[in-house]
Write a protein that binds this ligand. Structure first.
Ligand code: AMP
Length: 217
C-alpha cells in the first residue's frame, strides 16, 4: 500500500503515522524528519534547507523531490506512508511520474481536516526533547517536571518553527501551496477525509476502517 497523509502542520500527522506504519508494515517517510536529520548531521542539504524551515517557508521543490525519490527507493514491498510530502502540486506530479516509471502509484490519500485556531494552539504549546525527540505540550501533555524530559531530564525546547509567527506563516503556506493538493488527488484517485479535532485513538480507528475496507472486498 502506498499512502499519502495530508493535513495542516499540527494536525497530528506524526502520531497517526506511527500507528499506521505499525499496523500495515509500511515505511514511514516524513520529509520534515528527514530534513531535520540532515540539519543535525550538518550536510549540504541540511544547510540549504535551514533558512526556509526556520521561517515557515517551503524548501524548494527540486531539493525535496530528489531527497524523497532517494528515500522511497528504500521502501519495502509492503509500501510506504508519505508524511509532509508532497506539499505542492508540482511535487505531487513529480512523485506520480516517478512512481509510474516503476509501475507504481499512490493507492490512497488520507486527509486530516482541522481548524487553524486548533492547530495554532497545539503547535505553539509543543515542546520537545533535543536528546531523545520525545514530544510534550505545555497544557495537554505535561512532563512530570516542568520543562524537563521524562526520559532523560534534558531541558525541553520549542522547535523554532513552532514559534507563533512562524506557525502563522506555516499555516498560510499550507493553505496557499498544499491545500490545493487535496483537490488534485480527488481528481486523480481516492481521498478519505477525517475530522482531526478528535482524540488520536478515534482518528486512528476511522483511518484503519477505511484502509481495511478495500482489503476485505
Ligand atoms: P514538517 O515537520 O513536515 O512540518 O516540516 C518542517 C519544515 O520542513 C516545513 O515547514 C518546510 O520548511 C520543510 N518541508 C518539509 N517537507 C517539505 C516539502 N515536502 N516541501 C517543502 N518543504 C518541506
Amino acid at each position: 500500500m502506498r499512502i499519502v497523509l495530508l493535513g495542516a502542520p499540527g494536525a497530528g500527522k506524526g502520531t497517526q503515522c506511527k500507528s499506521i506504519v505499525a499496523q500495515y508494515g509500511l515505511l514511514h517517510l516524513s520529509s520534515g524528519d528527514i530534513l531535520r536529520a540532515e540539519r543535525i548531521a550538518g550536510t549540504e542539504l541540511g544547510k540549504k534547507a535551514q533558512d526556509y524551515m526556520d521561517s515557515g517557508a517551503l524548501v524548494p521543490d527540486e531539493i525535496i523531490i530528489e531527497m524523497m525519490a532517494e528515500a522511497i527507493k528504500k521502501a519495502p514491498a509492503a509500501g510506504f506512508l508519505l508524511d509532509g510530502f508532497p506539499r505542492t502540486v508540482n511535487q505531487a506530479v513529480s512523485l506520480g511520474e516517478s512512481l509510474a516509471g516503476n509501475g507504481m502509484k499512490i493507492d490512497v490519500v488520507l486527509n486530516l481536516e482541522i481548524d487553524d485556531n486548533v492547530v495554532a494552539k497545539r503547535m505553539t504549546g509543543r515542546r520537545s526533547c533535543p536528546k531523545c525527540g520525545a514530544v510534550y505540550h505545555v497544557e495537554n501533555l505535561k512532563p512530570k517536571v516542568e520543562g524537563q524530559c521524562d526520559n532523560d531530564g534534558t531541558e525541553l525546547v520549542q522547535r523554532p518553527d513552532d514559534k507563533p509567527d512562524v506557525v502563522a506563516n506555516r499555516l498560510k503556506t499550507y493553505h496557499q501551496q498544499t491545500e490545493p493538493l487535496v483537490d488534485y488527488y480527488r481528481n486523480n484517485g481516492t481521498v478519505y477525509d477525517f475530522d482531526a479535532d478528535r482524540n488520536p485513538d478515534e482518528i486512528k480507528t476511522s483511518i484503519f476502517e477505511k484502509l481495511d475496507a478495500p482489503v476485505k472486498t
